[in-house]
Design a binder for this molecule. Sequence first.
Ligand code: UPG
Ligand code: MN
Length: 732
Amino acid sequence: MESQRSGSGREETLNGSPHLKAPLNTLHVDRCTPAHRVHALLYAGAILGLVCHRLTSILASSSLAEGWMLLAELVLAFMWGCSRAFKWRPVRRREFPDRLPEGGAWPKLDVFVCTADPRKEPPVGVVSTALSAMAFEYPAGNLSVYVSDDGGADVTLFAFMEGARFARHWLPFCRENGVQVRSPEVFFASSSSSSSGCSAGGGDADKLKVMYQNMVQRVEDVMEKGIHVDSVELDLSEEQQQIFKRWKEYSGNNHPSIIQVLLKSNEDKDITGQAMPNLIYFSREKRPGFPHHFKAGSLNSLLRASSILTNAPLILTIDCDMYSTDPTSPQRALCYFLDPIASNKLAYVQFPQRFQGLNKSDIYGGELKHLYKMNPYGMDGFGGPNYLGSNTFLSRRALFDSSLEGESGRDLLEPEKVLEMATKVAACNYETGTKWGKTIGFRYGSLSEDLHTGFWLQCEGWNSVFCDPPQASFLGDAPKTLHDALSQCKRWTVGQYEVGFTRHSTLTFGVRKTSLGLGLTYSHLAFWGLWCIPITTYALLPQLALVNSRPLFPKSSDPWFYLYAYLFVAAYTQDMLDFIYHKGTLRCWWSDQRMWLMRSLTSFTFGSIQFACKQLNISTQSFNVTNKVMDDEQLKRYDEGTFDFGVDSPFFVILSTAALLNLCGFLVGIFRYNINMVAEMLLTGYGVANSWPIYEAMFLRTDNGKMPDRVKLRAFLLTGIVLAGGFLVFNA
Ligand SMILES: O=c1ccn([C@@H]2O[C@H](COP(=O)(O)OP(=O)(O)O[C@H]3O[C@H](CO)[C@@H](O)[C@H](O)[C@H]3O)[C@@H](O)[C@H]2O)c(=O)[nH]1
Ligand SMILES: [Mn+2]
């Protein structure tokens, strides 16, 4: 086991022994690495064999179907090749926060909480996320929490005014009772507060719960009355009333910059008399006709505004649907940022995204173990994980040199002037003709601004670190309906292509500027959508081949058959073992691979088409914020592990069609048993096994999550068309 220190550590005296070097962090290469490398080499040989075999059979028959298979196999080989880089040198790290200097020496930290739409992202949840960060065990004078409200919603500001008041009670409560999960929403949702890591505080906890519920009620009342604050009814202060009165003329996409300092560390105290962290509401200016670049745009505005207000060298970006579950996570990040060597070129420390409330089999693969855990380990061995958008501590200087903005880091005590400056840099035309989004700040040009930004930082020579402590540091919500999960993934697909198919592609520019390993991993992510080619092929062609009795694969007596069998079985086994090695279960792995097939057929396919249309200026795709609100019935279905097909969506037409085709192929195959088509039968049988929830939803279920009749009808029609097309292809 190769083990090394990534930093020099500080001179320290441990246990009385003088000057033992105690590193703040360590790194070692995963012990499975040799096995992965052997597998990679064997498998690469097998792929070569496969391509040769396919080429010779094309030369012999030159059929359309064979050519199509070759294309699918080449894409598969490309994706597989890129994905091996994740397994070439996966590393694990450890941090030692107790070796950090005293809190007074810690750098300032600005936390950015992003929200964009109060209907999809309930403001109370956003406040809870912000409170979980305000309650970090961090010197209050060095901590500022900003909420970036990209929806420009008065109800969000109102919720934060309420939240600021509640925070004065909540922060000391957490501190005194050693609460771990400091999101009040989560804390009070668990029926007995003790399960949230709090044993004490009984009477206080009850009082706080009432206070919290009152706050929720007040915010929800506003939500119900049309998402606008009616200041007269809510007994607000004169100043607050003025703010909301002006708001009447604003709308979500047409309003000036709004910055409200809700708590000031050097003035505001909690109920025990201790200083509060800063809390600032921020909503950048938006005007029709000015490009706003979605989340990246809002982060850049806030980056500038915060550099004038507090200018902390460290920034934590966190989505409103995540929250902190470990108040000491900033300390872990400091173990890298305060490491004299590692910190030199360190752009960000990425924590994994983990999710709460997933059902037992994780039917929608919401955990995204490959994206949020296994892949980052692999990239960390080559210079660092990609930026995952949330749960990330970034170094401000990696994003931009704040001296650009002139005077910065002003004291919040001098409000007028400073606020005026901050407002100015949040204007919608501020970036015109500047390098913002191009070479500084969060990068524009991709719907996956996170992948894009991390990629550029690494191309510029910055590093990153994957920090995955044994206990989760952040938890969040994953989409809990199938349609939401697939739509989210479709947006990612478009965004990722935008990183791959450019002049500065991951495959050329990326490989050159970073390293072969990192370039390949980024390419795997960027060209993710290409999976749709092989998977759609395997969901169609072998089935049609069975129906038409035209073999596509070698027969089972042919030695080449074993090559195909090896390729299939080895890839799946490797993935399964790896999944389980990363603390997964067999059931969750099955769901994960099934979702991967479903995504390939729908999200990747539609995303690829969408991207092509975007390139041809036929249509655009915008950042559709993932829905975080569900009705009780949907939630119940999810908790029971039942698939939700209850919306009329083209995704489901495709899935049903694929399921029907597999069923057709399988039944025909059984009735016309053909010894020469064992491989086709096995593949089709595998398709049928994966389609089981779809058959149920089409033919057996009666609840609201069943397949809508319109979808079924169109699926039957489409299946007919595909069968006819298959007949032409195979009998031409
Ligand atoms: O115009 C926008 C759109 C979104 N957001 C915020 O961006 C975050 C992520 O949006 P969400 O709809 O939850 O997207 P997800 O697909 O769940 O997010 C993943 O993918 C995004 C990129 O596609 C990353 O930005 C996220 O960090 C990552 O968690 C949320 O806090 C939003 O409020 C904005 O601030 N402005
Ligand atoms: Mn999200």
